[in-house]
Design a protein around this ligand. Structure first.
Ligand code: SAH
Length: 197
């Protein structure tokens, strides 16, 4: 973890801090990019014994390291680990959720070729916006310092700009004094669905 005093240097810390205040015991959350399971673990702690965390990844390595981490921490009973693309999340989760978390890119310490891809990220983000309950939070951390991350960012900015302001609050976080490669964070809250207007 980063040193306590320098939290604002980490886009992920800002997302985690926000989710910590948002999620309550009994909530449902989705970790759309499980990776080594750090975010899955944090979400499991926040939703408590009565909550559920659905975590997706396309790599066996991610599932096994996350299963190991959660078992060690006594949290495995709160999680459903799904070896499938996040773009299929609606096939697995039928009820609205209070949070969906994306940390795009590749598995830390893993194969850089298995990165999230713009086309599937777009389908997954659209699904996440549908599956959120009113009041629910979507967090998306993007890394434009690599080619696919730059494409993902170019897809996400206009998509999020177009979201109806009556239905979604959209916050875009970027480091103004850092290079264009620095991570970007979107925090989006669903206010209401279109049908409620
Ligand atoms: N949040 C993780 C890091 C995620 S890295 C952590 O805390 O460690 C991004 C992950 O997305 C990688 O593990 C990669 O395998 C996964 N991924 C790539 N394409 C995917 C897809 N279509 N659906 C779900 N996960 C995907």
């Amino acid at each position: 973890m980063i040193e306590e005093r320098f939290q604002l240097r980490s886009a992920r810390w800002i997302a985690a801090d926000y989710l910590e205040r948002h999620l309550k015991p009994g909530d449902r959350a989705i970790d759309a990019t499980m990776g080594n399971g750090k975010d899955t673990e944090r979400l499991c702690q926040l939703v408590g014994d009565t909550g559920r965390v659905y975590a997706f990844d396309v790599q066996d390595q991610a599932i096994s390291s996350t299963r190991c981490r959660l078992t060690q921490e006594g949290l495995i009973g709160r999680a459903v680990l799904i070896r499938d693309g996040h773009e299929h999340m609606e096939e697995y989760i039928r009820e609205p959720v209070q949070a969906v978390v994306f940390n795009l890119g590749w598995l830390p310490g893993g194969d850089h070729a298995v990165t999230t891809k713009t086309a599937t990220t777009e389908r997954a983000v659209d699904a996440a916006l549908r599956i959120l309950c009113p009041g629910g939070i979507l967090s998306v951390c993007v890394y434009p310092g690599h080619k696919e991350g730059e494409k993902e960012l170019r897809m996400l900015v206009p998509k999020f700009e177009r979201l109806d302001v009556r239905c979604f609050a959209v916050l875009y976080h970027r480091f103004l004094n850092a290079s264009d490669d620095a991570p970007r964070l979107f925090l989006i809250q669903k206010i209401r669905t279109n049908t409620e207007l």
